[in-house]
Write a protein that binds this ligand. Structure first.
Ligand SMILES: *C/C=C(C)/C=C/C=C(C)/C=C/C1=C(C)CCCC1(C)C
Length: 238
């Protein structure tokens, strides 16, 4: 196999590379810590590890794909998200379960996340001309999730699940509101006229590079950070 060199100013490849390594390291950490995690929190920490592990495998692939072709690995990006974002919904369900969370709450969160991602995928790939419309629908699903976590069922249940769960849920809610909001920014940079017709980056190649860098940074923050909040909760509450 031919050896591919990474140019020192290739920031897209750099973030794919460092993203792969960070996701791998985080997975090893979460999996190895399972052994000294209280039984009660083991599933939650395991799910944190699964999220970063699924991302590590996708990043490993996306890194190679991007290096070989110079293109944005949109398809695999969305396959990753469609697996990992519902698992983040599972985390919300698991930590509020002992306060009485019902399975219907889990389905609401998962369904909203699927609407958010599938419509985003349409806007980025098969119907780029209507990226604004798809972005708006996706954004509505995103706000619904943020609503559930900040003011809806998740927030209410967390209040009655003990001080530590309430605290952790509040931190995770910030991740959803601020950390997840980085993604629409990447979408706006990468799609034609993504911001209600305003083209921020006109060169198509530069636009897709900007989008990949923004997505890669967001993934590292949200997947590893989110997992660490769960991990911290498992240590603070026993
Ligand atoms: C680990 C991956 C995560 C947490 C991915 C989250 C993705 C989003 C919150 C994406 C949201 C989008 C919008 C709100 C509008 C534009 C289209 C998307 C899909 C980028």
């Amino acid at each position: 196999m031919e050896h591919l060199k990474i140019a020192s100013d290739n920031y897209v490849a750099f973030t794919f590379f460092i993203g792969t390594m960070a996701m791998m390291a985080a997975s090893v950490f979460f999996f190895f810590e399972l052994g000294n995690t209280n039984q009660k929190w083991r599933t939650s920490v395991l799910v944190s590890g699964l999220i970063t592990f699924i991302a590590a495998v996708h990043y490993y692939y996306m890194r190679g794909y991007n290096l070989a072709t110079g293109d944005s690995p949109t398809f695999f990006r969305y396959v990753d998200w469609i697996l990992t974002v519902p698992l983040m919904c599972v985390e919300f369900y698991l930590i509020t379960k002992k306060a009485g969370a019902k399975i219907s709450l889990l389905w609401k969160l998962i369904l909203a996340s699927l609407v958010m991602l599938v419509t985003g995928y349409f806007g980025e790939t098969i119907d780029r001309g209507s990226s604004v419309m798809w972005g708006v629908i996706s954004g509505a699903a995103y706000f619904y999730i943020a609503y559930l976590v900040w003011f809806g069922e998740v927030a209410n249940l967390a209040q009655t699940a003990g001080k530590q769960v309430a605290k952790a849920t509040r931190v995770l809610a910030w991740f959803v509101l601020v950390g997840w909001a980085i993604y629409p920014l990447g979408y706006i940079l990468g799609t034609p006229g993504g911001l209600f017709g305003i083209q921020l980056v006109s060169d198509p190649a530069a636009a897709s590079h900007a989008m990949d860098i923004v997505y890669n940074i967001a993934d590292a923050i949200n997947k590893i950070g989110f997992g660490l909040v769960i991990y911290t909760l498992s240590r603070n509450e026993d």
